[in-house]
Design a binder for this molecule. Structure first.
Ligand code: AMP
Length: 248
């Protein structure tokens, strides 16, 4: 079984983002970037499936600037086999990403696509679903467990009030939730080995996709600063305080 894993280069989740002075977006100048955490989980799941001999080849795809090669290399060091960089300096919206991925699926013919459930930069949570719709493939979103049963994949999903398991016939799209697995760190020898793995460089035009944005960002603002708290001496003082502000 061949798996395609789209991996997005995003601002490192441990870095505090700064909003540009003109409110037009987040300032990415000299900011540490990393693989989107949900994409790391997707790569890890594909690698575990390969270790269980369910999967034979893992192809990683990133759509973004030249530096997104580094993101692909991380995935190759985790256990991916080869990569495709679809290079563009434009911010590509989920629909255009899904269209490019569909074109790659048409040529690569994977049996499974594992995406993250969302990219932590724009929190869209759309690409996997849109791709499944464009391909007319079944989808298992927010996966917290994936098992193979015969020629089907059972995907466990965390829903309100419990766990739902859906059975998908292949080919299919899965999107990963946080509790699916804990991604491995790439070891130094594997980072060295990954340097020799193949990354094909393409452009959106090679897939006939127009990535011109359809949405206009009106404004980006910092969250409101939290006001300092106040310590109270005991429970009675707490109750009095809550009453005084009308909270109880
Ligand atoms: P989103 O719908 O933007 O929240 O992204 C969900 C998932 O789609 C991500 O975790 C990736 O697996 C995939 N994805 C989104 N944008 C890109 C991109 N530019 N390059 C590669 N994969 C992407």
């Amino acid at each position: 079984m061949k798996v395609l894993v789209p991996v997005k280069r995003v601002i490192d989740p441990n870095v505090r983002p700064r909003v540009k002075a003109d409110g037009s977006g987040v300032d990415l100048a000299n900011i540490k970037m990393a693989m989107n955490p949900f994409c790391e989980i997707a790569v890890e799941e594909a690698v575990r499936m390969k270790e269980k001999s369910i999967v034979t080849e893992i192809v990683l795809v990133s759509i973004g600037p030249a530096q997104a090669q580094e993101t692909i290399r991380i995935g190759l060091a985790m256990g991916g086999d080869r990569g495709i960089l679809v290079q563009t300096d434009m911010a590509v919206e989920p629909l255009a990403v899904a269209k490019i991925l569909k074109a790659i699926v048409d040529s690569e013919k994977p049996d499974l696509v594992i995406t993250g459930k969302q990219a932590i930069d724009d929190d869209s949570n759309q690409t996997g679903q849109m791709l499944a719709a464009l391909l007319d493939w079944p989808q298992g979103t927010f996966a917290s467990g994936v098992t193979k049963e015969g020629d089907k994949l059972n995907v466990t999903r965390e829903v309100d009030g419990g766990l739902q398991t859906v059975s998908l016939s292949l080919p299919a799209v899965i999107t990963t939730d946080l509790r699916l697995n804990e991604p491995r760190f790439a070891s130094l020898p594997n980072i060295m080995k990954a340097k020799k793995k193949l990354i094909d460089v393409k452009t959106p035009a090679d897939y006939g996709v127009d990535v011109t944005p359809r949405l206009q960002v009106v404004k980006v603002a910092e969250p409101k600063k939290r006001e300092a708290g106040e310590k109270v001496a005991d429970v009675d003082a707490l109750i009095a305080k809550l009453k005084s502000v009308g909270a109880i």
